[in-house]
Design a protein around this ligand. Sequence first.
Ligand code: RFL
Ligand code: PHB
Length: 389
Amino acid sequence: MKTQVGIIGSGPAGLLLSQLLHLRGIANVVLERQSREYVLGRIRAGVIEPGAVELLREARVHAWLEREGQIHEGIGISFGGRRHRIDFRALTGSCVTVYGQTEITRDLFAARDSLSGVIIHDAEDVTPHGIETDAPWLTWCKGGASHRVDCDFIAGCDGFHGVSRRSIPANVLRTFEKVYPFGWLGVLSRTPPVTREVTYNHHERGFALCSMRSETLSRYYVQCSLDDHIDEWSDDRFWEELRRRLPGDIARALVTGPSIEKSIAPLRSFVAEPMRHGRLFLAGDAAHIVPPTGAKGLNLAASDVHYLSRAFAAWYESGDAGAMDTYSDHCLRRVWKAERFSWWMTTLLHHFPENGPFGERIQLAELDYLVNSRAAMTALAENYVGLPY
Ligand code: RFL
Ligand code: PHB
């Protein structure tokens, strides 16, 4: 088999790249380790920046997002039992869209299918070869047989645990990492959201987040211990813990119900540099991870794909390799700013027992400063709605 761009991974980065390249007449093949049902069963991001919405529009997958997505003009922040609002529209003139990553992935699969895009699921042992040559290729196994596709370029969109990043020689790759001493326990439930806007809650028992997918579907998270096991968290225990961390008026309004999905995610900051080696380009979680507190992961995957699709287009349309050569530097400038913001939001809002009572007072002082300073709120709002591409 032969193609122009071989794409590893059918998460949002791989599918969006595949669709954008197709629309520019660039042939591509997507190799995915999991089944489609598995990929579509993952519940992840929910907050989409306007830049990512624009890219989805360019990819012609905006119809459902525009119909079902909710425009959010601000977020709530609570601490010390009181809630405050950060008004994105007033502070930046911009806002975010609340729409699930699960739905974006579903919309992207539908778009690729309708254009007869090639997505190979259940591809085992996907391996990039010849990335330092002008003729790389990918091999994989499926149904007991080995397969190969020759390509001009390989896009590694295979997430944090993928094979792409590991294919870059150790003496070339530099990684930067911070692992946080807690995780997020997330629950999806068919209940009306307790707040109209996404609300971040700082509490001495730990952070809690109230989010949503629709008028009837809620998404909640509580900070949990890394030693916690999902079986120890019955629905009742989850709702009780969430309620304790919310200000009284929100806690009283909380409607509970059976969980549809429940999972624990560790929190990590991670960046790999460079994001390109030879003919292999990394995009999305394959190159960087942010803790979810800033809602940046999916949005960074989208901005990488924006740069990468343009770089490939320039090469195929005019033989210009300039944008490929600057791809890594361009992405990393934006990535590091999102890393900083996500780290800051995490540090501001979570409970860090090791920081002691002094650290707790400093956090409360910073939160108090934030919600009373237009300058500080503007800085948060500007980053939350997304820095320019
Ligand atoms: P993905 O989504 O992990 O997709 C990678 C795909 O590659 C496949 N794969 C392989 N395929 C072939 N061969 C291999 N060897 C392979 N290894 C892996 C995988 O099966 C998978 O299908 O990466 P991508 O496309 O870069 O997308 C990144 C986003 O998924 C991620 O950044 C976000 O979900 C992060 N995130 C959030 N981002 C936001 O922008 N806003 C949010 O509100 C937000 N909330 C979240 C989040 C992530 C969370 N978790 C669970 C980590 C909330 C949570 C709880
Ligand atoms: C979500 O709705 O899943 C969500 C919202 C905001 C975040 C993280 C996750 O910061």
